[in-house]
Ligand binder design. Structure first.
Ligand code: TYM
Length: 332
């Protein structure tokens, strides 16, 4: 059986990179796979979080999953900390992880920057917890944006390490699913930097909750070069800002980058930006409206998350019991 597991951190507003790189693809994949989508609050606290803001953001991300089209009856939706097996398996995998593997993780290097001695141990161990998220459900496929590729390689290495140490073929090796034309959406202010929740400038990203005027303004102000739009995919590749906006358009309209480049080849940026803003508003506004409607009934949303956690626990617990037996731990 093919099973999908993926997650997003509840660390503030989701942006169009999270949507096009991950969430939009999940919606499409849920027809073919047994799906588990978590809101990874344990990952969020690898950097300091305000408790009230974390709670609010967890509900907002859950509401955005559903508003974007995840069917909560079919897919399992819950927040990670409600299923304690994530943390338990993470510890066992931590004990199997050579430090050298973590030292290679580029996201840690980027996030820690010059503060390597003062950031928390959790930030360093982040990819091990991510491996536990995936392996505890024996997930076979993990749909994510391009930036998670290295973490997924570590999850595969850890699955292999566990299997080799304790039981051949116990964990399937999870496959990354990095799909669509917008697997790495870049900042609107700098085409060489990834669009990110943590960028100081709100003009660098389109948030899933931005209203029509804000979306149009951000796209109008997006950095571009003075040339007309590129005439080929190869020409676009040499112009990061142009390629980024074209990729966003392609992903929003379910077109390929090649068809999108051909459609606007040689055109004016001002005109293209207007068209892009219209499409972005048309696609994102209904999601924002639905998200607000869902968040108006927090009681119902919390019930849904609890139900999701029960379903997730029912899958995770037998795996956790088997892991403990293999490792040699007495159980009640
Ligand atoms: P997070 O919250 O940083 O990102 C959530 C998802 O959005 C994708 N993404 C992007 N895609 C395209 N362009 C961008 N600019 C962009 N920014 C973010 C990410 O690739 C991700 O798919 N570590 C994960 C969360 C996680 C997870 C897991 C994922 C925890 N456990 C298990 C899969 C399986 C993360 O970075 O989340």
């Amino acid at each position: 059986m093919n099973r999908i597991l993926s997650g997003i951190q509840p660390t503030g507003n989701l942006h169009i990179g999270n949507y096009l790189g991950a969430l939009k693809n999940w919606v499409r994949l849920q027809a073919e796979y047994d799906c588990i989508f978590c809101i990874v609050d344990l990952h969020a606290i690898t950097v300091p979080q305000d408790p009230a803001a974390l709670r609010a953001s967890t509900r907002e991300v859950a509401a955005t999953y559903i508003a974007a089209g995840i069917d909560a009856e079919r897919a399992v939706i819950f927040n990670q900390s409600m299923v304690s097996a994530h943390a338990e398996l993470s510890w066992i995998l931590t004990c199997l992880t050579p430090l050298g593997w973590l030292n290679r993780m580029t996201q840690f290097k980027d996030k820690a920057g010059k503060n390597k001695d003062s950031v928390g141990l959790g930030l360093y161990a982040y990819p091990v917890l991510m491996a536990a998220d995936i392996l505890i459900y024996k997930a076979t496929h993990v749909p994510v944006g391009e930036d998670q590729k290295q973490h997924l390689e570590l999850a595969r290495d850890l699955a292999q390490m566990f299997n080799k140490t304790f039981a051949p073929d116990f964990f399937p090796l999870p496959e990354p699913v990095i799909m669509g034309p917008a697997t790495r959406v870049m900042s609107l202010r700098d085409g060489t930097k990834k669009m990110s929740k943590s960028d100081a400038s709100d003009y660098s990203r389109i948030n899933m909750t931005d209203d029509a005027d804000t979306i149009a303004l951000k796209i109008r102000k997006a950095k571009t070069d003075p040339l007309p739009l590129p005439v080929s995919v190869e020409a676009a590749a040499a112009r990061p800002e142009a390629e980024n906006l074209l990729s966003i358009y392609a992903a929003l309209t379910d077109a390929s980058l090649a068809d999108t480049v051909a459609r606007f080849a040689g055109g004016e940026f001002a005109r293209f930006k207007e068209t892009l803003a219209e499409i972005a508003v048309a696609k994102l506004a209904p999601i924002a409206d639905e998200r607000a409607r869902i968040l108006a009934d927090v009681g119902e949303l919390d019930r849904l998350l609890r139900r999701g956690a029960e379903r997730a626990n029912a899958i995770a617990e037998p795996t956790m019991a088997a892991v403990k037996d293999l490792v040699g731990m007495l159980r009640p």
